[in-house]
Design a protein around this ligand. Structure first.
Ligand code: G1P
Ligand code: ZN
Length: 547
């Protein structure tokens, strides 16, 4: 076995974002690009330039283009950096929540996940890599900053010369002194799901004629959904659509929302719509829940799950607390109040939930952007949310729509919508944000029709566990009746700037709760435009995407 130290020059653009390092495939294929980043990760996480004796890493990805090549490179580099063992998903596949599950279950040193989440794949698409720590969650900023610093000073990387490892069969082999164990990517995750949910009740529901459709969008959840929904829960063959993971996701955009999951939406709004529909994204951490001709807003989904949590065996003892990102509606807060637990309001991004979960403060977490999860892993989890809903439906025997309507009647409805203005010129977006901030002085007390401004601020958050402060997390304008408008710039967009406008109103009267959200929110939409001069500044008449 030939161990080589290869001289290299640093790239200066390897700063991991909240979801790791994400670039075009072509960038990752630049000679030494992936190798440099991986060496920067190893140099950061291993103290003495080599892995501690006996250390194990988990490795897998969402199956997108370049996944297999990247896995072979990372395995050869892990062997050269003294890693004792790597658990790699068969075929190089591991969904993000499954990787988190495996890291935790086998108490490994950490893991490397290859994914660009919901971004399109293929030779012209995106690729990504991120490091997760021993708790199963994404590395905190302290570590990602260190990786970036390391990448900028890198002069060499280590790799062994060896033939490719066979990834398609479960089993062990060696690569130099390192053991490579190819594992079933689904088994550990499916076992965890079976320990959390009432599979017998869900099986009985399905056996009784309940029909469902799951759209895997040709991304990573196909094999997971086939095993869990069709094999273990007895759903009919064909329940999982677009179930084969493809390197280019079949040319689609694997993001489970009303725009991109259009095939599922057509089925669920069609004449012979099944009882339940769901979809997940590229790497399996997002979810969309649909009833027959009915869309469940992700903010409501978190609240419904929280209110019904004890119906699932894994949550029978109740929840310790709930956390939601700031722009997510306050529907979950109302449930937390009733349950007598705290609801934490964190900045956008899953990483803020990790500390709260590790400290045992919260059990359930969610974001309005189709992310829901719990402390069973340290990532959001698409299929977990689907199974939670099936568990609730199996126990309550009501339709999805009826469950949501009854929830609103009990707790009130937080009518909610997000308007995205994509690919705005960066200076236009920055100018709008600056203008809104300038208005903050005169807004409190100001009246807009029936709405009177109660407060406005630029959201900041002090982590209650480690005391770290995050500022500039979004501009909030709160009204006296509890309605809100939030302006925020996306941190994940790749073209120009994406402005997100979040709108929320409260409706306590069940007789008025079933109206269309856009209709109910029309006055707030007008106020948002009035304050921010959105249409005039952007030159846009309407948002790019409405959720
Ligand atoms: C978006 C979502 C956010 C989510 C993130 C990563 O970020 O809005 O909730 O955590 O993707 O999946 P944004 O583009 O808004 O910064
Ligand atoms: Zn994702």
């Amino acid at each position: 076995m030939n161990l080589r130290t290869v001289a290299t020059t640093p790239f200066n653009d390897q700063k991991p974002g909240t979801s790791g390092l994400r670039k075009k495939v072509a960038v990752f294929r630049t000679p030494n690009y992936l190798e440099n980043f991986v060496q920067a990760v190893f140099d950061t996480i291993f103290d003495d330039a080599t892995a501690p004796p006996g250390s194990t890493l988990v490795l897998g990805g969402d199956g997108r283009y370049y996944n297999r090549e990247a896995i072979q490179i990372i395995l050869r580099m892990a062997a050269a950096n003294g890693v004792a063992k790597v658990l790699v998903g068969q075929g190089g596949i591991l969904s993000t929540p499954a990787a988190s599950c495996v890291i935790r279950k086998y108490r490994t040193f950490g893991g490397i996940i290859l994914s660009a989440s919901h971004n399109p794949g293929g030779p012209d698409g995106d690729f990504g890599i991120k490091y997760n720590t021993a708790n199963g969650g994404p590395a905190p900023e302290k570590i990602t900053d260190a990786i970036f610093a390391c990448s900028r000073a890198l002069t060499s990387y280590r790799i062994v010369d060896a033939p490719d490892v066979a990834l398609d069969r479960v089993g062990s082999c060696t690569l130099g002194d390192m053991t490579v164990e190819v594992i079933d990517p689904v088994a550990d995750y499916a076992e965890l799901m079976e320990s959390l949910f009432d599979f017998a009740a869900i099986r009985a529901l399905i056996a009784g004629g309940f029909r469902l459709c799951f759209d895997a969008m040709h991304a990573v959840t196909g094999p997971y959904a086939m095993e869990i929904l069709e094999r273990r829960l007895g759903a009919l063959g064909g329940t999982v659509i677009n179930g084969a993971p493809l390197p280019d996701f079949g040319g689609g955009h694997p993001d489970p929302n009303l725009t991109y999951a259009d095939e599922l939406v057509a089925i669920m709004y069609g004449d012979s719509a099944p009882d339940f529909g769901a979809a997940s994204d590229g790497d399996g951490d997002r979810n969309m829940i649909l009833g027959r001709r009915f869309f469940v807003n992700p903010s409501d989904s978190l609240a419904v799950i929280a209110a019904n949590a004890t119906l699932a065996p894994g949550y029978a003892k109740g929840v310790a607390g709930i956390a939601r990102s700031m722009p997510t509606s306050a529907a979950a807060d109302r449930v937390a109040d009733k349950l007598g637990v705290l609801c934490y309001e964190t900045p956008t991004g899953w990483k803020f939930f990790g500390n709260l979960m590790d400290a045992g403060r919260v059990t359930l977490c969610g974001e309005e952007s189709f992310g829901t999860g719990s402390s069973h892993v340290r990532e959001k989890d698409g299929l977990w949310a689907v199974l939670f809903w099936l568990n609730i439906l199996a126990r309550r025997r009501l339709s999805v729509e009826e469950i949501v309507h009854r929830h609103w009647a009990e707790f009130g409805r937080n009518v909610y919508s997000r308007h995205d203005y994509e690919a705005l010129p960066s200076d236009v977006a920055a100018g709008l944000m600056a203008h809104v901030k300038e208005c903050f002085g005169e807004l409190p007390g100001q009246r807009f029709g029936n709405y009177r401004v109660k407060f406005c601020d630029d959201f900041s958050y002090t982590d209650p566990i480690d005391g770290s402060l995050s500022t500039g997390q979004g501009l909030r304008i709160g009204f006296e009746d509890g309605s809100r408008i939030v302006f925020r710039l996306s941190g994940t967009g790749t073209e120009g700037a994406t402005l997100r406008l979040y709108l929320e109103a409260f409706e306590a009267d069940p007789a008025r709760q079933k109206v269309d959200a856009q209709v109910a929110l029309a006055p707030l939409i007008a106020i948002a435009d009035d304050i921010s001069e959105l249409r005039q500044r952007s030159g846009r008449e309407r948002p790019t995407v409405i959720t």
